[in-house]
Design a protein. Structure first.
Length: 389
């Protein structure tokens, strides 16, 4: 049976989760996440002045209970636990507790590399407002780059060091939580730009109950064996000339988007690194290590590009001053509607719980004055419609 299965790990994973309600993009990013997590600093891509490692901060983002975020994460984490020795830090998490745990593991294993996955069903468990005010965005932003040495300070233990840490994040949240809790500092200090907010509007489909088939159980064991093999890979990646040419052409022709969530968060400035990380993982998933080919690069660029396209929906109302959140929310509603104009009544219906009807009207006035939107009254219609310029 195993010989009839596709060789690519991510393809296998998507087949295995085909009868699960969570959107396909959630399962795809969970597969990407656990491949990167089990590798630590064992593989890398030399990019001139720095090394790129395949760790990622992945945050599944959708309405509460809409897309079974926790269930999608649980499948991935269970496979990671079964197949590898990757350390998983779950439950209520503090920055000090994280450092302590990483330090202890470093001493016990007598290894400089400390690969660790933070698994937080709810992002707020880890990135609370208090944590954001205590340098968490700055610190985990620093660890994200897999530095040779990371120096940190705790309230009780003074200054210590982590040698060659490797950190991954697998978490979930809702746009409503982001709107209420993600601070401007999280944007300015790089946490959002280094994270992949995977947004979905709804589930793949409604599935009342699914019993695992013998074929799916075979897939699970095949993926477990494959992930174990991945966790033992070592050495540098190579990039083919065709892949490098494709990447260079894309990189040189990039144009900054108008989406403020993408530019102000720093994601735009780091999108190319995200794409290279995903290309590394696609290379490993397909059994092509160590050579990254053009198909890996082009697919990775498309995959990360989908994150960028939906960032304004995932991060609506976040990263701006509280006094301007109503304006950001109205802009995001108009972006969601695309080329379809919206009336004041429609905008108010969608946003009154968040900002109230008067604030919606104020936002429209501000956006009209700033020439960010236009108003249009069709001939013979009593209603005025608004859309982004």
């Amino acid at each position: 049976m195993t010989s009839d299965l596709p060789d690519d790990f991510i393809r296998r994973y998507l087949i295995y989760t085909e009868n699960h309600e969570s959107p396909e993009q959630f399962h795809m990013w969970m597969a990407i996440g656990i491949i990167g997590a089990c590798l630590g600093r064992q593989v890398s891509l030399n990019w001139g002045h720095f090394e790129i490692y395949p760790n990622n901060y992945i945050v599944l983002t959708a309405g509460s209970a809409d897309c079974r975020k926790s269930a999608a994460m649980d499948i991935a984490i269970a496979l990671l636990r079964q197949a590898t020795d990757t350390q998983i830090f779950a439950g209520k998490i503090t920055l000090e507790g994280l450092y302590k745990d990483m330090s202890v593991r470093q001493v016990l294993t007598d290894q400089p590399c400390v690969p660790l996955v933070i698994h937080a069903d709810e992002l707020g468990v880890f990135v609370s407002k208090q944590a954001q005010q205590s340098d968490l965005p700055l610190d985990i932003g620093t660890i994200y780059t897999n530095p040779a040495v990371h120096t940190y300070r705790t309230k009780t233990a003074g200054t210590s060091q982590l040698v060659e840490p490797s950190l991954n994040l697998i978490s979930g949240t809702t746009p409503a939580w982001i709107q209420r809790n993600l601070t401007t500092e999280a944007f300015e200090e790089g946490f959002v730009g280094r994270s992949l907010f995977v947004y979905a509007k709804g589930p793949k489909r409604r599935i009342t109950r699914h019993q695992l088939t013998p074929e799916e159980k075979t897939l699970w064991e095949a993926m477990s064996e494959q992930l174990e093999i991945f966790s033992n890979l070592r050495g540098p990646f190579q990039i083919s000339q065709a892949a490098l040419d494709f990447y260079d052409d894309w990189y040189q022709k990039r144009k900054a988007p108008e989406d403020e969530a993408v530019t102000s968060s720093g994601f735009w400035g780091r999108e190319h690194v995200h794409a290279l990380k995903v290309a590394m993982i696609y290379c490993i998933s397909s059994g092509s290590f160590p050579v990254i080919g053009s198909v890996h690069i082009s697919s990775a660029i498309d995959t990360v590009g989908e994150i960028r396209k939906h960032m304004s929906l995932a991060l609506r109302g976040a990263g701006v001053d509280d006094s301007m959140k109503h304006v950001a929310l109205v802009m995001n509603e108009l972006r969601k509607s695309g080329a379809v104009p919206m009336t004041l009544a429609q905008l108010t219906k969608n946003l009154w719980r968040s900002v109230g009807s008067q604030r919606v009207e104020d936002a429209i006035d501000d956006l009209l004055r700033a020439q960010r939107i236009i108003a249009h009254r069709p001939e013979g219609s009593p209603r005025v419609f608004y859309m982004i310029v």
